[in-house]
Design a binder for this molecule. Structure first.
Ligand code: T4K
Length: 368
């Protein structure tokens, strides 16, 4: 059996990409906001249904530089059930993460716990639309308004998701996407920030290019986080097929659901009301007490058969070695419990029905 990974990046036909980048050999314009960059930006405005967007070299820099562009200070309420990037962006911006527990049904921040974490030092809330699941955006907006806080969504997983008929990035002061190779929509490496305030756009545009206003003026302490023309060209190609890709992922998700939905000891990601999902990940929670085998046993059994599911997101970020003695996973008990039971199964365009069936059969063979 060939190896099956948790994901596999989608690529356009080679000729289509070659055609898209051909002009670069005439203009010699490789980066620094060239025509491909501008074209992708325009197309994404439309696709994501937002008013303002800036492209970045990756999702992490999009997030980190948004925090810096907003000139936030003090504490940021966030979730530990996420990829390293979310927490690191906060800390690398000189801010303090305050970890809020999650809701076990969709793994997003538990809004009922946010207010008790707000102090005089709190400046923002940074929730994650984890796996593409929509956070409780309306409740978060109310809390933010009540306390005068900014809301920045880590929407790394959520490209293409809509909520109540609106693009997911219309919620919050800013929403940061990742267009990494492993995502539903990829630009090889890449990311973007969608934002409300046009002044923030001016800062973001400069801060991703060393803070430069023009050849003789530098307004901010920025860095180099620009998307290059080859990545933008890949995005232009991949965007043409994105809706089709989401539909193909839906078929795979439905097959998994059918096979695993009624199995005692396995819980699937909740489907959310008013949401058009993107099927970015297929997480399952394995409750050993009922299933008879632990998450790690299932993970290893799949691995034996060359199927590389992943434990996204274990360990929690507040359990990382680099934060030892500073943050504690037992302060977020629900997230801790989920991180010990979660397994994300392979899902990508091109994963065959036969292979999904095989994956499900291996999982079911672990049941005792
Ligand atoms: N916020 C959140 C919530 C995020 O999840 C992420 C990234 C970010 C922010 C930051 O966005 P970026 O700065 O990355 O744009 C992967 C991705 O590298 C990372 O983008 C992603 N989240 C995270 C959840 O997953 P790893 O360390 O698990 O990747 P890796 O290399 O193990 O790849 C997973 C599997 O994908 C491989 O086993 C094989 C397959 N693969 C991977 C690559 C890179 C391919 O088939 N081809 C490829 O080119 O982090």
């Amino acid at each position: 059996m060939n190896e099956i990974y948790v994901t596999r990046p989608s690529l356009p036909p080679f000729e289509e990409y070659a055609e898209e980048i051909k002009g670069i050999w005439e203009t010699h314009r490789l980066t620094n906001m060239g025509s491909k960059h501008l074209e992708l930006q325009e197309r994404l405005l439309d696709y994501l249904d937002v008013k303002a967007i800036e492209l970045f070299t990756n999702g992490h820099m999009a997030l980190e530089l948004t925090l810096q562009a907003m000139n936030l200070k003090g504490e940021v309420i966030t979730t530990p059930f996420t990829f390293a990037s979310t927490t690191h962006a906060i800390i690398r911006s000189g801010l303090k993460p305050v970890f809020c527990d999650i809701n076990p049904l969709d793994f997003t921040m538990d809004v009922s716990k946010i207010e008790s974490l707000i102090t005089d030092a709190t400046s923002a809330i940074l929730p994650v639309h984890v796996y593409g699941n929509v956070c409780a955006v309306e409740e978060i907006e109310c809390i933010a308004q009540k306390y005068g806080l900014k809301v920045i969504y880590d929407a790394a997983h959520a490209v293409g998701v809509t909520y109540k008929g609106k693009g997911i990035a219309s919620y919050g002061d800013a929403a940061c996407f990742s267009f990494h190779a492993t995502k539903v929509f990829n630009t090889i490496e890449g990311g973007a920030v969608c934002f409300r305030d046009t002044e923030l756009g001016d800062v973001l545009r400069k801060i991703k290019n060393f803070g430069i206003r023009d050849a003789e003026h530098v307004d901010y302490v920025g860095c180099n986080a620009k998307m290059n023309e080859f990545c933008a060209a890949m995005g232009i190609c991949n965007l043409r097929r994105l809706e089709e890709e989401i539909r193909e992922r839906e078929v795979i998700a439905k097959q998994y659901r059918k096979a695993l939905d009624s199995i005692s000891g396995i819980r699937l990601n909740d489907t959310q009301e008013f949401t058009r999902p993107n099927y970015a990940y297929f997480p399952i929670v394995i409750e050993e007490e009922k299933f008879g085998a632990s998450r790690d046993e299932v993970f290893l059994k799949l691995k034996e058969k060359h199927i590389f599911a992943r434990k996204y997101f274990y360990p929690l970020t507040n359990a990382f070695e680099c934060f030892q003695g500073q943050y504690f996973a037992d302060h977020t008990p629900v997230a801790l419990r989920m991180s010990q039971r979660i397994l994300t199964l392979p899902i990508y365009v091109g994963l065959s029905e036969t292979n999904v069936e095989k994956i499900c059969n291996i999982i079911l063979s672990c049941k005792k």
